[in-house]
Design a protein. Sequence first.
Length: 205
Amino acid sequence: MSAVYFGGFWRWTSDVQQPSDARPSSGAAINSPEPSADSTGSPQATDNLSPMPTPRPIASSVPLPTGDGRTSFTDEPVPWSLLLGQASCRLQGEIKFLNHNTYDNQDAKFIYSGVDHPARNIFWTVIPQDDLSVGPNIFGRLVLPNGENLLSITLPENPKYEQYELTAKMQYGRLVDDKGNFVTVGGNVKVFEKQCDGKITVVLP
């Protein structure tokens, strides 16, 4: 800080250097930083930042993720890399009809794993034989390769019996090499049928 005398008045000057990028302004200076945009375009404040924790790897169980990180699919084929084992399915629960058109589903489910394609079929057997309509009967719109689904049942106009048992088998495909091994590339698609474990009981009023 220094003072210079100019014929009747003193002028004080500062020796403190201004930043090289300082710009003149007609108003008061604003010291708050502008928000920066993240990758999604949303503004983020840059002041009062705290260090982010370093992410740690998380162990995952099979099936391994695909290249885009997905392990479930609807209405599209499943990558062969997720289908190197056998498929399976099972039935559980009971359905009790309250009247001809209404029933109580008591945890009656079709549970499956390892299905490769939405065009694979599900075949139902009704014991004793009658004209019950049972679904689902195709994997279109079901989550693949693994999932579970409630049943839908329609009775014939005049059911012959008061109780039925439902069993099922399903189709699934695998990419198979010349030695019969499941592979991810270089094989031919072979369709198998799997008998499901368990049964579902249908009880009429």
